[in-house]
Design a protein around this ligand. Structure first.
Ligand code: SER
Length: 317
C-alpha cells in the first residue's frame, strides 16, 4: 500500500484509521474522503481531505486516478439501527458505495478493504463460537448488505482478480468519534455519560451478550490483513475476528468498580433488542489467527481503564 484513499472517512472507524495509516505509510500518502462538509473540515485538520460522494462513480473515479490510488478503504455505510429506519436508503448507500468501489478497484487495479460485521449473522447462526463458515441469514437490511457485500467482494476477486479483503467487525469501542445508528453504540456512549453526568440510560437489554473490540485492535486487524501474504489467504471476504464479549450489565458493573457513584437504568429500544438477540455471542476467529496472524491485545479491563483515562483527560475531569 503506497497511495491510500479512505471513503466515508469521517465516521467512527475512519477518524482513527486515518492517523493509523499515516503512521504506517506516511502522512502524504493518505487521502481522507467524506460526503459531509463538516467531516471534510474536521479531517483536514490532520489529513489531506477531499469532499467525495462515493455514489457518484465519475467523481470517485477521478479521485482514484488523480491521486494515483493503489488501495481503497470503503467505510461508507448506514449502521444497523439506522438501516431499519430506512432500509431502501441503507441498501442504496451500502451497496452503491461497494459496487462503485469494486468497479474502480477492478479498473485501476487497486486493493480494496470493506468492513463486514457481526451483523452479517442472524438468529439461525450458531451464537457460541460462531464458525467462520456457517449459516448467514441476517434479518436486518444492514446484515443483508453485509452478506451481499461479502459475496460480491469474493466474486470480484475470483472473477476479475481484484484484491478484496475484509473482516467481520464486532461492536467497536473508541474515543475519537462517536458511532451513530448502531446497536452496539451503547458501549461507547456510556463512557461519555458516566464521565459527563454520572448516569446512563441504556437502550439495549441488560443481558444482550455481543462481541466487542477496542479500536487499536480493530485498526491493527485492518493493516495486518491488508499486508498479509495473499498465498496464505484461504478466505477473503470476510474473516471473523474476536477479542472480548460482554453484556451491558457486565460492562456497567466493571465501570462501577472504578467509579462507585455511577448509576444506570434501561429504556429498551425493541428494534435494537431484536437485532442484539440475533447476533453472535462470540465469534470463532481461528481462521484469522491461522491465515494472517490475527492476535488482539486489548481485553475488557484494559479497554475500560484506557477509555476512562482518555475521555476524562479530554473532559478535564
Ligand atoms: N456496530 C455495528 C452496529 O451496531 C455492527 O457492526 O450496527
Amino acid at each position: 500500500m503506497k497511495r491510500i484513499l479512505v471513503v466515508g472517512a469521517g465516521g467512527q472507524i475512519g477518524t482513527e484509521l486515518i492517523p493509523h495509516l499515516q503512521k504506517h505509510y506516511g502522512a502524504d500518502q493518505v487521502i481522507a474522503a467524506d460526503l459531509k462538509d463538516e467531516s471534510v473540515t474536521r479531517l483536514s485538520t490532520f489529513s489531506r481531505a477531499i469532499k467525495l460522494d462515493a455514489l457518484d462513480f465519475a467523481s470517485y473515479g477521478e479521485a482514484v486516478k488523480k491521486y494515483e490510488i493503489d488501495s481503497i478503504f470503503n467505510l461508507v455505510a448506514l449502521l444497523s439501527a439506522t438501516g431499519e429506519k430506512n432500509p431502501e436508503l441503507a441498501w442504496k448507500i451500502n451497496m452503491g458505495a461497494l459496487l462503485n468501489s469494486l468497479e474502480l478497484a477492478k479498473e485501476f487495479h487497486t486493493a480494496l478493504f470493506t468492513p463486514s460485521s457481526i451483523g452479517a449473522f442472524g438468529a439461525s447462526t450458531p451464537h457460541d463460537h460462531t464458525p467462520q463458515d456457517t449459516v448467514m441469514r441476517p434479518n436486518t437490511m444492514y446484515g443483508v448488505c453485509k452478506v451481499s457485500g461479502e459475496l460480491l467482494s469474493d466474486y470480484y476477486h475470483e472473477r476479475f482478480g481484484v484484491d478484496t479483503r475484509s473482516v467481520r467487525f464486532p461492536g467497536i469501542i473508541s474515543n475519537g468519534c462517536l458511532p451513530g445508528g448502531g446497536t452496539t453504540d451503547y458501549a461507547v456512549e456510556v463512557f461519555y455519560e458516566v464521565l459527563g453526568n454520572g448516569r446512563y440510560t441504556c437502550t439495549v437489554p441488560r443481558d444482550a451478550y455481543m462481541d466487542m473490540m477496542y479500536m487499536p485492535d480493530a485498526l491493527n486487524a485492518v493493516t495486518t490483513l491488508m499486508e498479509a501474504d495473499p498465498s496464505k489467504l484461504v478466505h477473503r471476504n470476510s474473516f471473523n475476528i474476536a477479542s472480548m464479549s460482554f453484556t451491558p450489565e457486565q460492562l456497567f458493573a466493571k465501570i462501577k468498580e472504578r467509579i462507585p457513584s455511577f448509576t444506570w437504568d434501561y429504556d429498551i429500544d425493541p428494534v435494537k433488542a431484536a437485532i442484539a438477540a440475533s447476533w453472535p455471542d462470540i465469534m470463532d476467529d481461528t481462521c484469522a489467527r491461522e491465515e494472517w496472524g490475527w492476535n488482539p491485545k486489548w481485553d475488557l479491563d484494559a479497554m475500560i481503564d484506557d477509555m476512562l483515562r482518555t475521555i476524562a483527560s479530554r473532559l478535564n475531569k
